[in-house]
Ligand binder design. Structure first.
Ligand SMILES: NC(=O)C1=CN([C@@H]2O[C@H](COP(=O)(O)OP(=O)(O)OC[C@H]3O[C@@H](n4cnc5c(N)ncnc54)[C@H](OP(=O)(O)O)[C@@H]3O)[C@@H](O)[C@H]2O)C=CC1
Ligand SMILES: CC(=O)N[C@@H](CCC(=O)OP(=O)(O)O)C(=O)O
Length: 344
């Protein structure tokens, strides 16, 4: 059994990790931390876990965490910077759900996050945990940077076009909608029911922190810089990301485009390319680790429209983190991750 610790067990991604891991056949949960809820039984705080775990929250303690085989960080940025190296030195592996190790360039990270990078010494060993791109490196990794939620949906939606050099030089557009759980469980005015329901708004149009992360991934796929306009929106749903991606290429057909995506993802357990003409809904992935994609081509204009949906807390965070753990430890990649989406 793989001994698992979680730092940050009271946030949405932490409790989502718990929901997945209590049913994982190869995992024994050993430590779950919270500074504010020390001593509280996890199942008392989250009754959905009653009967599944007897653990109590404890304050983060490197020695205790170091007795685990792997430690997940489900914490705000900066926390893994402060603790990851010490934990790695104990021999445990680290899977970080925050943005701390996603950007390869520490200066760029500092620019976007408004503080110096706290662990540049271990940054080079971090592997970007997008299995559809980096599966081989993930197998050897000791430190994983789990991709952000928007970057997962946008990169999976655009990779086949960029890897096949179909787009030339052009401005790509990612028009993305997120559910409110993407903002975390911490209290904030923008997440209140009266603020977020029955309304929708764009935000961070000037520049969102996920822009450099998406650009970095698209550049790797294309082998050159890629221009991208990325506009996130807050929508009145709890979970889900819907990305509508716009590009153009002449000389394609709907059939060729469809075949390109079907071939690229034929062996991917968590990417589902839907039949031509489909419109994936976020509810079709809610609670599951699947990214569902549909591609559309307007032959008259050369317009490509890719629709990509994920659950921000699963393929966009905790499910993808567990997928990485499965790959790192040589387990079945879908172990613990076979949940079918909830309908309605
Ligand atoms: N929500 C989402 O859809 C996604 C989130 N992420 C990222 O995952 C991370 C967690 O997100 P989310 O679950 O939403 O966050 P929350 O704000 O909901 O939870 C944060 C957790 O971290 C703990 N924590 C906060 N500060 C510290 C600290 N200094 N040391 C130790 N523990 C700390 C908190 O517990 P306590 O204060 O009691 O210790 C809490 O359990 C973030 O980096 C986020 O950006 C990534 C993809 C998607
Ligand atoms: C709806 C909403 O607020 N979404 C969050 C998404 C991000 C997230 O959690 O991303 P990181 O892991 O990169 O911090 C945001 O836009 O900041």
């Amino acid at each position: 059994m793989i001994k698992v610790g979680i730092v940050g067990g009271t946030g949405y991604t932490g409790v989502e990790l718990l929901r997945i891991l209590v049913n994982h056949p190869d995992v024994e949960l050993k430590v779950i931390t919270s500074r504010s809820e020390e001593g509280v039984r996890v199942a008392d705080m989250f009754p959905n876990l009653r009967g599944h775990t007897d653990l109590q929250f404890s304050v983060p303690d490197v020695q205790k965490l170091g007795e685990c085989d792997v430690v997940f960080f489900a914490t705000p940025h900066g926390v893994a910077h402060a603790m990851a190296e010490e934990i790695l030195n104990t021999g445990a592996r680290v899977i970080d759900l925050s943005a701390d190790f996603r950007l390869q360039d520490a200066d760029e990270w500092a620019q976007w996050y408004g503080q110096p990078h706290g662990a540049p010494g271990i940054l080079p060993q971090a592997v970007y945990g997008l299995p559809e791109v980096n599966r081989e490196q993930i197998k050897q990794a000791r430190l994983i940077a789990v991709p952000g939620c928007y970057p997962t949906s946008v990169q999976l939606g655009l990779l086949p076009l960029l890897e096949n050099n179909l787009l030339g030089e052009q401005m790509l557009i990612a028009d993305c909608k997120s559910g409110v759980s993407g903002a975390g469980r911490g209290a904030s005015v923008g997440s209140l029911l009266c603020e977020a329901s029955e309304s929708m708004m764009a935000y961070a149009v000037k520049g969102h922190r996920h822009l450099p992360e998406i650009r970095q991934g698209l550049k790797r796929a294309a082998g050159k810089e890629v221009q991208l306009t990325f506009v996130p929106h807050l929508t009145p749903m709890i979970r889900g990301i819907h990305s509508t991606l716009y590009a153009s290429a002449s000389g394609l057909t709907q059939e060729k485009l469809q075949a390109l995506y079907e071939q690229r993802y034929a062996n991917e357990p968590f990417v589902d390319v839907m039949p031509a003409g489909s419109h994936p809904a976020t509810r079709s992935v809610k609670g599951s680790n699947v990214c569902r994609i549909a591609v559309h081509y307007h032959a008259a204009t050369g317009q490509i429209i890719v629709l990509s949906v994920i659950d921000n807390l699963v393929k966009g965070a905790s499910g993808q983190a567990v997928q990485n753990m499965n790959i790192m430890f040589g387990l079945a990649e879908n172990a613990g991750l076979q949940q079918v989406a909830l309908l309605p």
